[in-house]
Design a protein around this ligand. Structure first.
Ligand code: RBF
Length: 349
């Protein structure tokens, strides 16, 4: 009897402590606000697998949602047929079910804008994109000029080194999936500047795959560049990157990547990974959207000094496969870029 009395007492104490059972003055609204559903749709312009920039968008958004009980996330993969994206975005907005649509890539503001006109209450968070002054959009652009500069600098150091695959030709390769302003105005010039900072004599062999998935075509392009003297190749081609990696692996040449740390894709072949902290950006901004503090109508640009653009130099696969003198020179550059002492101002897109 004595024990039972004690457990009843514990239950009573717990009940009185549980939030909402006895509303405290001024707190009554908190549980109610928390309970109002906030539904998020992630529109993936492509597919998630094989594109780290999209993987990070999903991961960061999900992390923010998981911190709340009232937030749901639905992921929609729109596939590689870009002609279908606007129609698919229209269908998504037309449901009226989503408080926020999260998407990522620099073409998406232009895909979404006509949809926004039809659905004036719909809000978007467009990561990896730039649109200023539209009250339905919050956008965040990474300084991708700094991103590829880092790869260019490291690539030129590798190409002019005594490493096994390096030759005497001052030539680097760049394989891209398709051309768009962020690519031609930020990433290509950034890579070239990085190469030329090491040796102004560097030339760039630049080729376009035509889509984000054809690894066979990307491998053909890489092989042809290697034949022409390229010993290091930067690839920005989503799933097609695998073709460049395979060709370089087979021929003992070197690969540079962007967006994420992926040395493990081919240790010793992938020698440089410039990274974007898109999962952090997604997490922070989605959290703000849920809390009601995200500013729409604003286009943010984030740089290396802000921690959203960086280079993965702490990975054992970098440390063990790239000679120390190269890493020391790279380390000097990274120190300056991270502190903001060295900064590249991207031109307007
Ligand atoms: N990056 C990917 O990794 N995978 C993709 O499928 C992909 N599709 C894109 C489609 C368009 C129309 C544009 C403009 C960019 C795309 N990107 C993709 C590139 C991505 O937004 C970013 O520019 C690069 O990953 C470099 O950070």
């Amino acid at each position: 009897m004595k024990r039972m009395g004690k457990s009843i007492l514990i239950v009573l104490v717990l009940l009185s402590l549980s939030p909402g059972s006895i509303p405290a003055v001024g707190q009554a609204e908190t549980p109610e606000a928390e309970a109002k559903p906030f539904n998020i749709a992630i529109f993936v312009p492509g597919v998630v697998a094989g594109s780290p920039i999209y993987e990070q968008m999903v991961e960061g958004t999900q992390k923010a949602a998981d911190e709340h009980t009232n937030v749901s996330v639905k992921v929609l993969e729109a596939g590689f047929n870009q002609a279908e994206w606007e129609e698919k975005m229209t269908s998504l907005a037309a449901t009226g079910e989503y408080d926020l649509i999260v998407t990522s890539n620099p073409a998406m503001p232009f895909v979404s804008m006509p949809v926004a006109e039809k659905f004036p209450d719909q809000k978007w968070l467009n990561l990896d994109g730039y649109l200023d002054g539209n009250p339905q959009f919050a956008t965040l652009l990474y300084n991708q000029m700094e991103m590829t500069y880092m790869d260019g600098y490291l690539g030129a150091l590798v190409s002019t080194s005594k490493m096994n695959g390096a030759n005497a030709v001052l030539k680097a390769g760049m394989v891209v999936a398709q051309e768009y302003p962020a690519l031609t105005k930020l990433m290509k010039p950034g890579f070239e500047m990085g190469l030329k900072a090491v040796n102004p004599g560097f030339t760039l062999d630049y080729r376009v795959v035509g889509n984000w998935y054809d690894a066979n075509k990307a491998a053909d392009l890489a092989n042809s560049m290697i034949d022409a003297g390229a010993d290091v190749i930067l690839t920005i081609a989503g799933g097609a990157n695998q073709g460049v990696i395979k060709a370089c692996q087979e021929r003992g040449k070197y690969v540079l990547l962007v967006d994420a740390n992926d040395y493990k894709a081919a240790p010793g072949t992938v020698v440089g990974c410039a990274v974007l902290n898109q999962s952090k950006a997604a997490y922070e901004r989605v959290k703000m959207a849920i809390d009601g503090t995200l500013t729409y109508g604003r286009a943010e640009i984030v740089h290396t000094k802000d921690g959203y653009v960086d280079f993965a130099d702490d990975d054992p696969l970098y440390i063990n496969n790239v000679p120390e003198d190269i890493r020391a020179k790279m380390g000097e550059l990274l120190k300056q870029m991270r502190s903001g002492d060295f900064h590249l101002e991207p031109p307007k897109l």
